[in-house]
Design a protein around this ligand. Structure first.
Ligand code: MG
Length: 225
């Protein structure tokens, strides 16, 4: 089949340019629901027991990990979605090494962790920033230095289940980190460490308290599909 140059030109820019919402400062689409806009943590509860969120909002309007208090999750649950989240990892003192540097994470449906970590300049790895934890290193390490704001745009498709409850398709995810595609429709073959068991029910967005790092979050919105 002959494909005209004009038709290719129509397609290529859409393929190569990152989608709206993959960089910080871009406006949320009208269909987005804000999970955190700087004014309130009301959309969140403590993941452990559903009690009121004990993470606080700092003077700049960022929601900050309350180290030791525990992870938080959304009150609402989601199936397939597009999620935008901005974060800044702290520059922990040098005695904090390895996984204790800027560690948090975004658990999709409470099950699959997209890792947050102070990883600027390191080779991509399946336990550093942008990893699907323990399952996939990012295609490239797009991490900025500690204390700089960064963006994830996460396009998530939940697993599919038969009527008798058998999984018939794995979860899939594409992730843009600061506008760079770091996972391209990656198939997730099961939960990541600390994740809730897989199942046909939707699940919350969970933000991890790793116990060592005051990671900050802002401008969190979701478009359920
Ligand atoms: Mg983590």
């Amino acid at each position: 089949m002959r494909v005209s140059v004009l038709s290719l030109l129509a397609i290529l820019p859409a393929c190569s340019s990152p989608p709206s919402g993959s960089r910080d400062g871009q406006a949320a689409p009208r269909t987005a629901a804000f999970l955190f806009d700087g004014s309130s943590t009301d959309a969140w509860v403590m993941a452990r027991d559903g009690s009121a969120c004990r993470w606080e909002i700092d003077a700049e309007g960022a929601m900050v990990v309350n180290v030791g208090a525990g992870s938080i999750r959304t009150r609402e649950s989601f199936g397939d979605f597009l999620l935008h989240i901005e974060f800044a990892v702290p520059n922990n003192p040098p005695e904090f090494t390895g996984q204790a540097r800027g560690n948090s994470g975004v658990y999709l449906q409470g099950r699959y962790e997209v890792q947050i970590h102070d990883s600027h300049g390191l080779p991509p790895a399946d336990n550093l920033c942008g990893a699907i934890y323990s399952k996939a290193a990012p295609l490239v390490n797009a991490a900025r230095p500690a204390e700089e704001w960064q963006t994830y745009l996460i396009d998530f498709t939940a697993p599919r289940w038969s009527t008798v409850g058998d999984k018939i398709a794995n979860a899939r995810v594409s992730v843009w980190h600061n506008g760079t595609l770091i996972h391209d429709d990656f198939e997730i073959d099961g939960t990541t460490g600390g994740g809730a068991p897989e199942g046909p029910s939707p699940g919350p967005i969970l933000l991890q308290d790793h116990g060592d790092s005051r990671v900050r979050f802002r401008n969190i919105w979701i478009v359920p599909r």
